[in-house]
Design a protein around this ligand. Sequence first.
Ligand SMILES: Cc1ncc(COP(=O)(O)O)c(C=O)c1O
Length: 366
Amino acid sequence: MINVPLSYNEIDADALARILKSFAGRHHEEIVKEFENQLSRKTGASHALAVQSGTAAMHLALQVAGVKSGDVVIAPTFAYVATISPATYLGARLVLVDSELETWNMDPSLTKEAINGELSKGNRVAAIVVVHNYGMPARMEELVTLSKEFNVPLIEDAAESFGSQYNGRWTGTLGDLGVFSFNSNKSVTAFGGGALVSSRNEWVNHARYLSSHARSEVPYYLHEVVGYNYRMSPLTAAYGLVQLENSVSALERRRDLYHSYHQLGESLGLNFQRNSPNVDFQPWLAACLLPDGMDPALVLERLGQEGMEGRRLWKPMHTQPAFKKSTIVGGQASELLFARGLCLPAGSSSGYPPQVSRVIDLILNS
Ligand SMILES: Cc1ncc(COP(=O)(O)O)c(C=O)c1O
């Protein structure tokens, strides 16, 4: 039985009821609108659209950025699948880029190599997608510079990095478009849902239109193009409001736990992501590399025997059968991360935090 889950959030039914009561008599759409406003205020994003998932937000982001069938999308190989799969919904071809071993995120120099390689073959590079794995910001300065140099929109997947900042600005608001997820295991959750943010109002408005079946504003059903049913439900938005109210303590809890894991783990031979001084890192999960020669599968089994849930790091996308047609630039760094890495249990939001020394002890004695 699992007593210490990887990442679990309890539902605060009283807080949910309080939010719902505060909207009594008003149109449900106002709850979603309020969630969008609060999210913009919190993150510093100019415009926000609430949708059904982070995956839907990425799909819309790529489409409004102009990605079309046959285009190339540059994306990280070391990522959760939802970072890259929406590009294929649009018929784009993925060119996957390896990580650097400081932040574990997309390597800017390999990104440049990937763009130049595609341009030299006469291909259109329509977007660059970057993800901030486990909350750690990628090297945004260099990636924003590349995006400007090649005039290719940069889309940030900030699904795991809610609260992380780079040069004082929230991840998700540094590129041309940003994506958030509020699924059940995230630090700040609405038990589903996602959001798209941008400083470009016309892109967010276009995404809003596509997210409601591309229905035109006329007094009958008119659809000039094919859209999607991606709008966030009012109940999801209501829980999102509960969580935005409590986000400071939820994020602090994750930070404290991460620091305990980091402090003890590093002194005993575990390796963690490294950030530069201009980064304010808000961890989602504590991810680490095991000492050389240790097998993460065996460690997971050992943790499981004690009722604790860990997880392997992402299996690189270029090694997944579903993406075998994509191109890969580099690859060894992400393969090493997968071979040696582990996410440590974060436990549940209102339960006792995992016993850090016990977790580390189990790992090192596996
Ligand atoms: C990096 C990343 N991108 C995208 C997503 C997709 O979000 P959702 O589950 O809300 O579709 C997630 C989370 O699941 C994620 O971790």
